[in-house]
Each structure stands twice: as C-alpha cells, then as structure tokens.
Design a protein around this ligand. Sequence first.
Ligand SMILES: N[C@@H](CCC(=O)N[C@@H](CS)C(=O)NCC(=O)O)C(=O)O
Length: 225
Amino acid sequence: MSSSSAPVPVLTYFNVPGRGEIARLLFTIGKVDFEDKQVVFEEWGALKPTTPFGQIPILQVGDTVAAQSAAIDHYAAKLAGLQPQDPLQALLVDQTYHFVTSDIHTALISPTAKLAGEEQLKARQALSAPGGPLKSKLAQLEKLVAGRSGKFIVGEQLSLADLSVFNFLGMLKSGFWAGIPADVASDFPALTVFRNQIASLPEIAAYYAAATDELRVKGYRPDEA
Ligand SMILES: N[C@@H](CCC(=O)N[C@@H](CS)C(=O)NCC(=O)O)C(=O)O
C-alpha cells in the first residue's frame, strides 16, 4: 500500500508477539511494506537509551521515530485500511482496542511483570482465579464479542479491534505470561470461536503457518478440529 517514494516503516520490538504483534499483523494483512526488526534481550541494553521513552515498540518512518504501541498501531491501521474512516465506527474499534490493551494488559497484567519468581506466580494465579479480576474482564470481553451484530467486532470488516482481541487471546493461549494458565479464556465460548475465526482467515493462517517459535505455534494457530 505504501507508494514507492514513501519511506518503509521500520518496526522494532522484541522477538516475541507482545506489544509489537498487532502492528506486524496490520502491516502484513494490509500489504504495507515494512521492516520487522526483532531484537533479542541481549541487544536491548544498548538500544534502550536511543529510544524516546526507554521502551519498545518503536516505529521509524524516514527521520521520524515514535514510541507507544497504541500510537504505532493506530498509524499502522490507517496505512493498512484496518481503521474505519467513519468516526462512529472508529470509536467502537477504539473502545475494544483500549479495553484489551489498556484495561486488561497494561492495568492488570503489566504490574506483575515487575515481580519475580514465586511472588509473580502468586500474583498471576490470583488474577486468573475464578472470580478474579482477569476472569471478570474476560467475561466483559465475552459479552462484547458474543453481542456483536456483524461478522467482526465492528461490522463486516476486519479491523484493529479484531486484531487486538486476537493478539491478546493468542498471548494468553501461548502461555506468554508465566503463572496465567494458558486455558484461562477457554471457558468463554464466544472468545474461543472468535479466536478460531480470526486465526483461520487466510492471511493470518498463512502468517502463523510460517512461524516456528513456540509462542506463535501454541497460541496463534486455529485449534485442531
Ligand atoms: N506504553 C508503552 C509500554 C511499552 C513497554 O512496556 N515496553 C516494554 C516491552 S512490552 C519494554 O520496552 N520493556 C523493556 C524496558 O522497559 O526496559 C507502549 O504501549 O508502547
């Protein structure tokens, strides 16, 4: 989709799905040329001070370098044609995106990343327990997905909303967060059907069929029939 004269965006993130995966999917599905720079943890120390906020993902477009996954994902979604032009439709896409990435990932799960060992496991088990905060957010997400009127979360077109939910469910199912059981969302039937629906879209299925790392193989492919 990028015109031949436009600089090719360079996405830099760790070599895991995490907060870089939605942009990777958006660029890939939207057929936007991009460079997927995946760094290993050993390279991070040297890179960190060169980034705007000491964090990744970052996106470089020509001379411009920007951080913040939400900003990057929205930019990528616009280039990919996966953010609706209609403001009301975009509002609904964004409510889903921010619910998953901010209210669940950042507010509930990220604080446990700072804990170590047994303390981290305990915190994550408490989050995921029946009646715990993660289950309660998943129940809200289940309601939103089950109650949709169209094929996708917002209407009949795939959007940033679907990819953000898909990535979050993929991270859970892959066991990305040690201590959160990989099957924590499996008692939510609409989420399971939805994850399989998105995983089975031809471009997405092809992307993960080519993946060889454990997280993507475990979490992002359709369930075996
Ligand atoms: N609000 C930021 C958070 C970014 C963030 O937490 N990045 C983590 C990886 S997911 C990171 O760079 N960790 C390494 C560090 O902080 O040194 C965003 O959404 O991009």
